[in-house]
Design a protein. Structure first.
Length: 257
């Protein structure tokens, strides 16, 4: 049976890192936890020592993609979740993911639902969450795995409802997989689109198992302000749609920002 490894790509001094670590230690099944970083510090070392977690330092990193690729490499050929340092993983996350892959060993990635955490308050429903859940339900219908082109198209052509913090990677099937350095924000959306060209199976655990923190210090929020998010959205939309449709979709997608 494959084990699940949580790898946290720690950057800077996140005030939420300890909460993330504590949520991983509280999993109902025992999992390995590792920290990777390209910004080592005495502060980070103190936290790692406090919880008995090993740190792996990436000596050459110029992008988020390189940080995430390094994180995947440190997880070996296990089931790997790149745990986002600001987020919280509910105690049954690992249990449900491991069980899913036991039942579907030929699936390359699987993800769960998530809720948002805003000012320490959990939000299970808002417009953004509702739209994404509709996209997921339509794509998967009564299934928990998809592999058909039409399902891929439905899942990814209108936006990216696959929540990156909630994704578990089956590294035995993804030995050559890596995130593209061409993207800062949409490296996950681009990765899913690229993977579907290889007809990989995508799994969906239909339970809320992650709390994704929304705050102005997050990279995604910074990219929205700088318009980098919109630029990258356009690039990926153009892979699916003509220009006039891309303009319409961008107007709608802004509502989700």
């Amino acid at each position: 049976m494959q084990s699940l490894v949580f790898v946290i790509p720690a950057h800077g001094k996140s005030p939420y890192l300890e909460q993330c670590i504590q949520s991983l230690l509280a999993q109902t099944v025992i999992c390995s936890i590792r920290i990777t970083t390209s910004t080592p510090s005495a502060w980070l070392l103190d936290i790692a020592n406090k919880y008995g977690i090993e740190i792996f330092v990436n000596p050459e990193s110029n992008s988020i993609a390189e940080d995430w690729n390094f994180a995947l490499e440190q997880g070996g050929l296990n089931l790997i979740t790149i745990a986002h340092q600001d987020d919280i993983y509910l105690s049954d996350y690992a249990k449900n993911c491991i069980q899913y892959f036991q039942e579907h060993p030929d699936t390359a990635i699987a993800f769960s639902d998530l809720s948002e955490l805003v000012n320490e308050k959990r939000m299970d429903w808002n417009l953004r969450i509702m739209i994404k859940k509709i996209m997921l339900r339509v794509s998967f219908l009564r299934n928990d795995t998809i592999k058909k082109s039409i399902s891929y198209w439905t899942l990814l052509s209108f936006g990216c409802p696959v929540p990156c913090p909630a994704v578990t990677y089956n590294r035995k099937l993804l030995i050559d997989f890596s995130f593209s350095k061409e993207f800062i924000v949409n490296l996950d959306w681009n990765a899913w689109v690229t993977l579907t060209k290889n007809n990989i199976k995508i799994g969906y655990v239909k339970k809320i198992l992650v709390l994704h923190r929304i705050h102005m210090g997050a990279q995604t929020q910074k990219a929205i302000v700088s318009k980098q998010r919109e630029k990258e959205d356009i690039i990926i939309y153009q892979r699916f749609w003509p220009k006039w449709m891309v303009s319409c979709l961008i107007c709608l997608y802004r509502l989700g920002y």
